[in-house]
Design a protein around this ligand. Structure first.
Ligand SMILES: [Zn+2]
Length: 603
């Protein structure tokens, strides 16, 4: 058993504030900052004496007296921009500047950089205090926001991190949110461990912590963590169990995980598709807007059963992208010149790209460019403005092109168009586009609802082939619109574009009913295919009541070259899958999946 002690320095009581006024954070108006939800507490300053002088003494005491293996630091990075005397003077000393009052004032960029550096110093001071007592022990700093541009630096510094997304807390949160979290955090950890923190409590936004979610929901969150490469951690506040219903499901998942640990260790993900995650874009266009495109594309890939990983914008070099064939840029607006160049080099090396909307239209600081940073890859230039709210426009499907993008649309003449769009014009030569634009026309009054221009030759997708790489660029925000409207046609168009650009067979093909989230991993001497059954009437909002078995599924796995399968097992049902091997393909039937199944192939 490993014991980790948790500390949380973000607020202090009246007596501490009176004895040490220098520990209290000060707001922009010069007032000592009360806690936003706990009225008798004060917020502490994260960048001054509280974290630098007081907390190391607390940590030393804990490690000396109680011999924990590590310290978990919660809410250690501050809650507000602090204007206390310490912050003012240390910032002035470091930069010669006064603390800016808003992001518009001079010195804001310097302030962000200074604050980040100062937090890394806190981490160093805490680690030093702990390892002085026990050289084996360390501090696990809770990472905070997935929108932080410091994620790569934290990932580089940390031996392991805990990904803290404890449960459902939004109007729409499918259970794959736990898998998304795993991929975002793993993308900066270079194979180092990530703990996926799930809470058994109800609703992470309103924070009822002493009653629990349904067994089915708890199971699905844990299984999503495991399938996508996180260590399952369960959070339970309070040592008194007022509601014990969470215990059996958690015990069952942990027991299964323990029995099959051989297949959970030393894993390498085998996906050939990578979805780019960009905190820069979050700060350029806003968290919600940046997330919506990401979530839409994520959902489309889950529905299409295409295994994929996520890649952080700071890891676009050949050493990180070599294993991928296709890079997806879901409205990744903010990219630096050098990041654009890394993507260009990826395509030169034979990689493919699917990009949407404003991808590369801003630099890494969020300054708008006149041309796309990736204009040469897309083969287009900006012709006008970005439209944010287009009503009643359609995509005309040009069936005579017989393009693979139109697969599955046999009887459809048109599908709905996107809500946002960048006005672009081609600069390269294109063949006839499979998708063209039907311009917006009135949706009211009734007698006016008819297309003024039934067809145009305005492309709604730009498709190019290089040596062996392919590039698809959608000027519309098809991924974000998909997340908002969830029209199956948009999901299909995205999946078709991915498969066209990928231009190679999927690593694994799964046919059969339902929504099944996939992950494919290789270990030393084996590979595993995780199938998590998300099929549920409550899937999109997320409050899973009950699990519904789906199946049978045909699973075809492409074995890595040079590998021969000795045996295949189903790690959940334990049924004999009677695998059939033909060349490098191994096929088998999974009779039924209740919550998950794992196909293990032993070389
Ligand atoms: Zn301060």
């Amino acid at each position: 058993m490993t014991v980790i002690a948790r500390v949380d320095p973000h607020c202090i009581r009246d007596d501490a504030a009176k004895a040490h006024p220098e520990w209290v954070a000060v707001d922009v108006n010069g007032h000592k900052a009360r806690h936003m939800v706990i009225p008798d507490r004060w917020l502490s300053c994260a960048l001054g004496p509280c974290n630098f002088e007081y907390m190391p003494q607390v940590l030393t005491e804990i490690v000396t007296r109680y011999h924990g293996d590590a310290i978990f630091a919660n809410r250690w990075a501050g809650h507000i921009t602090c204007y206390c005397d310490s912050c003012k003077s240390v910032f002035k000393q470091a930069t010669g500047l006064d603390l800016p009052r808003t992001s518009q004032e001079r010195g804001w960029t310097e302030f962000q950089r200074w604050r980040a550096n100062r937090l890394f110093e806190v981490w160093d001071v805490w680690d030093a205090a702990v390892s002085k007592v026990n050289p084996e022990a360390c501090c696990l700093m809770n990472m905070g926001s997935i929108h932080s541009t410091d994620m790569p630096r934290i990932g580089g510094r940390a031996g392991m991190v805990a990904a803290d997304r404890q449960g459902r807390n939004a109007a729409v949160m499918p259970p794959w949110a736990a898998g998304w979290n795993a991929k975002v955090f793993r993308s900066v950890m270079a194979g180092k461990p990530v703990a996926g923190i799930s809470s058994v409590g109800n609703d992470d936004a309103h924070r009822w912590k002493d009653s629990v979610q349904s067994a089915a929901e708890i199971r699905l969150w844990l299984l999503e963590c495991i399938a996508h490469g996180m260590r399952p951690w369960v959070v339970k506040f309070c040592g008194t169990l007022y509601d014990q219903r969470w215990v059996p499901p958690v015990e069952a998942v942990y027991q299964w995980h323990f029995e099959n640990q051989r297949f959970m260790r030393h894993t390498r993900n085998m996906a050939r598709v990578a979805l780019v995650w960009s905190p820069q874009t979050s700060s350029a266009v806003g968290n919600a807007k940046s997330e919506a495109g990401q979530l839409g594309f994520y959902h489309a890939l889950v529905e299409a059963r295409i295994p994929f990983e996520m890649v952080n914008e700071s890891f676009l070099g050949p050493e990180n992208l070599a294993r991928f064939k296709l890079l997806i840029l879901p409205g990744i607006a903010a990219l630096s010149d050098s990041q654009c160049d890394q993507i260009r080099q990826f395509v030169k090396r034979g990689g493919s790209v699917v990009a949407t909307f404003e991808t590369s239209l801003y630099d890494e600081m969020g300054r708008k460019r006149n041309v796309f940073g990736l204009a040469d890859l897309f083969g287009v230039e900006v012709a006008g403005r970005t439209e944010a709210y287009i009503k009643n426009s359609y995509i005309h499907l040009e069936h005579e092109t017989h393009h693979p993008l139109l697969r599955g649309f046999d009887d459809a003449g048109r599908v709905i168009n996107t809500i946002g769009r960048v006005d672009v014009k081609p600069t390269a030569k294109f063949t006839a586009p499979p998708l063209t634009r039907v311009p917006s026309y009135p949706d009211l009054p009734m007698e006016d609802v008819y297309p003024r221009q039934p067809t145009t030759d305005t492309p709604d997708v730009f498709l190019r082939e290089f040596d062996s790489g392919r590039v698809a660029y959608f000027p519309g925000d098809i991924d974000r619109t998909f997340w908002e409207v969830l029209d199956p046609d948009h999901g299909r168009l995205l999946a078709n574009a991915v498969r066209w650009a990928l231009n190679e067979p999927d690593v694994v093909e799964v046919t059969g009913p339902g929504v099944v989230d996939l992950a494919v991993w290789e270990q030393d001497g084996s590979m595993t295919v995780h199938l998590v059954n998300l099929t549920n009437p409550m899937m999109m909002k997320g409050p899973i009541r009950e699990l519904y078995a789906v199946g049978p599924h045909q699973v075809s796995v492409r074995l890595p070259s040079g590998r021969r399968a000795r045996e295949a097992r189903l790690l959940v049902s334990k049924a004999d899958p009677q695998p059939h091997v033909a060349g490098e393909m191994l096929s088998l039937t999974v009779p039924s999946i209740l919550d998950h199944e794992v196909v293990a192939i032993i070389y």
